[in-house]
Design a protein around this ligand. Structure first.
Ligand SMILES: C[S@@+](CC[C@H](N)C(=O)[O-])C[C@H]1O[C@@H](n2cnc3c(N)ncnc32)[C@H](O)[C@@H]1O
Length: 284
């Protein structure tokens, strides 16, 4: 069996990650209290021995990776994220405190360099950014040891349906259509049945999926715009050619949301995914 923390030469940060995969890590870290709270609930459901080797798939700035490590006094975690900004931020924050028990790597979840190495995969708020869930779950299955588990949550079902409808309509207006008119949504929001079927197709068993509402409000027009820029619409905004248009885009969405009751609500839905790799996996 391979020790993932000793084989990271396979997945050193990509030398030139495409810009469209990047995040503003400092802003994410500052504003991600809702994601942290969702993640803490998911993490609280794990039944850990304390010596596992886990993958935090889409670890972001490592806030939850830290809590995982605190719950694994004899264990280790690999935090993986496609955004180099996120990986650098997480590494700077956590490596001094956890030393050799943690490694961070920049890699794509649909091209994972791991085989047969993790006791469990933990992931929150990330899988909906991966469009190919067949490849995603196949890779995670391969990365797990026999009897390994996957415990994850991501956006799903009607996630952000009201906001997305407004984004689609605004993208078609004369002001923005040159750049956004043909831009497909950068997310895949699976429903519980679809998620279960992707997991089973990858080879997982004891699959459980469910969906829950998780909407929340931000405090002001300004905060709503900051939130959209950092968490939801960064892929859209990087296609717009200047800051004037970027500001106009998020401002119009905040204006529309100001009339909602209550205002500035983000209509989030979360998809829960639990599954196990068989103890004696079939050889493909
Ligand atoms: C909303 S953040 C969640 C971060 C953290 N798990 C949390 O709950 O705070 C989503 C993360 O998924 C990462 N991500 C998106 N697509 C990815 C992919 N294909 N491979 C690896 N990471 C990906 C993003 O770079 C981002 O850091």
């Amino acid at each position: 069996m391979l020790d993932p923390l000793k084989h990271l030469q396979w997945c050193e940060p990509m030398s030139d990650p495409p810009k469209s995969r990047e995040w503003n890590a400092a802003e994410y870290h500052r504003l991600s209290a809702p994601q942290f709270q969702w993640g803490l609930r998911v993490l609280g459901e794990l039944r850990l021995r304390g010596d596992e080797c886990l993958l935090d798939a889409g670890c972001g700035t490592g806030k939850l990776t830290r809590i995982l490590l605190e719950n694994l006094p004899r264990g280790r975690v690999v935090g993986l994220d496609v955004s180099r900004n996120m990986v650098v931020h997480a590494r700077q924050n956590l490596q001094p405190d956890f030393g050799g028990r943690v490694r961070f790597v920049a890699a794509d979840l649909v091209a994972l360099p791991f085989r047969n190495c993790f006791d469990g995969v933990f992931s929150t708020a990330s899988f909906h950014w991966v469009l190919d869930h067949n490849a995603l779950f196949h890779n995670l299955y391969e990365a797990l040891r026999p009897a390994g588990w996957l415990h994850a949550q991501c956006g799903g079902g009607p996630n952000l349906a009201r906001l997305r409808q407004r984004v689609r309509a605004l993208s078609q207006t004369a002001e923005f259509s040159n750049w956004l008119g043909k831009f497909p949504e950068p997310w895949f929001f699976s429903d519980p049945e679809g998620g279960a079927s992707h997991l089973r197709a990858a080879g997982f068993e004891r699959v459980e999926t469910s969906i829950e509402e998780a909407s929340f409000n931000v405090a002001s027009h300004q905060e709503f715009q900051q939130y959209l820029r950092t968490f939801v619409l960064h892929r859209h905004l990087e296609l717009l050619p200047n800051e004037t248009l970027r500001s106009a885009f998020v401002e119009k969405l905040a204006d529309a949301s100001a009339h909602d009751d209550p205002p500035w609500t983000l209509d989030y839905w979360r998809l829960n995914l639990r599954a196990h790799k068989p103890e004696s996996p079939l050889a493909y």
